[in-house]
Design a protein around this ligand. Structure first.
Ligand SMILES: Nc1ncnc2c1ncn2[C@@H]1O[C@H](COP(=O)(O)OP(=O)(O)OP(=O)(O)O)[C@@H](O)[C@H]1O
Ligand SMILES: [Mg+2]
Length: 254
């Protein structure tokens, strides 16, 4: 199954969720590929040695712009059963670079994934904070979406536009199979604002909102700077507990 983690709002824990859901799935024995489709390359920075520089032709850019095969670009994260596809800052120009393309430019990632799909139980795609061509490529390539929403003020801004984009992908036959696996409340804390926003989300999205919420927890941030995931870095932390519960919950959904 291919799952995108997306929300055009920045800093809502897309990357943290992509990494820790992917790692949580490997802990249960699944083989997972994590695709970094964000020009900010945060997943790549977590799993690449700081001194190592990714060349353009070793990144997702080469696949999306030059039709290179995905397979030679896949790297091991060092975490058992977890591979990844690195991003490159030049991905930020993809919208412009492909503006004149005559092929179905929103299906390039989908096409590239087909040849490696059988090797993995799950392919998880981390997305940039935008609804541009990179995110559209991910939506066309995915069956399911996980939407992290930070329970801070302004959290709900943009969710209507996100839903409209999903509907557009479904209705224009770009990917009729796309659906929301779940909305996950992130950065939850025991404040009135956090509780109110969570309540509004549950009112708006109903059962699509996962029961599991991801609390503010410093171990999650520390795991990134330690070039790891939370189950490795702080297995007994609140962050690890929350992502473990989220993985169990999402596996139970169709
Ligand atoms: N539950 C949490 N508790 C504390 N810090 C967190 C939590 N989740 C994420 N963070 C930290 O918050 C920051 C933003 O998270 P992250 O990078 O996952 O968001 P993002 O949605 O991917 O951002 P962007 O839109 O820029 O890609 C990061 O520094 C991350 O380590
Ligand atoms: Mg990110």
């Amino acid at each position: 199954m291919v799952i995108s983690v997306a929300n055009q709002k920045g800093g809502v824990a897309k990357t943290t969720t992509a990494i820790n859901v992917a790692a949580g799935l490997t802990q249960l024995g699944y083989k997972v590929l994590l695709i970094d489709s964000d020009p900010q390359a945060n997943v790549t920075q977590v799993f690449i040695h700081p001194q190592v520089e990714i060349e353009l032709d070793q990144s997702l850019y080469h696949v999306l712009v030059n039709f290179a095969p995905l397979s030679p670009i896949i790297r091991s994260t060092g975490v058992p059963n977890l591979d990844f596809v690195p991003s490159h800052i030049r991905l930020s120009g993809v919208d412009l670079e492909l503006a004149q393309a005559f092929d179905n430019r929103s299906a390039r990632l989908h096409q590239a994934i087909q040849l490696v799909r059988d090797r993995y139980d799950y392919i998880i795609i981390d997305n940039p904070p935008s609804l541009g061509l990179l995110t559209i490529n991910s939506f066309v390539a995915s069956q399911r979406l996980i939407i992290p929403v930070s329970t801070a003020f302004f959290a709900l801004t943009g969710l209507v536009q996100l839903q409209e984009t999903i509907t557009m992908v479904q209705q224009h036959q770009l990917n009729p199979d796309l659906s929301i696996l779940g909305v996950v409340c992130t950065f939850t804390e025991t404040t009135n604002v956090s509780r109110d926003v969570e309540q509004q989300l549950r009112q708006h999205f109903g059962e699509l909102v996962f029961e599991t919420t991801i609390p503010k927890n410093v171990s999650l941030e520390e795991a990134h700077s330690n070039h790891s995931h939370v189950f490795d870095h702080a297995p007994t932390s609140k962050g690890a507990e929350a992502y473990k519960a989220l993985v169990q919950e999402l596996l139970a959904r169709p």
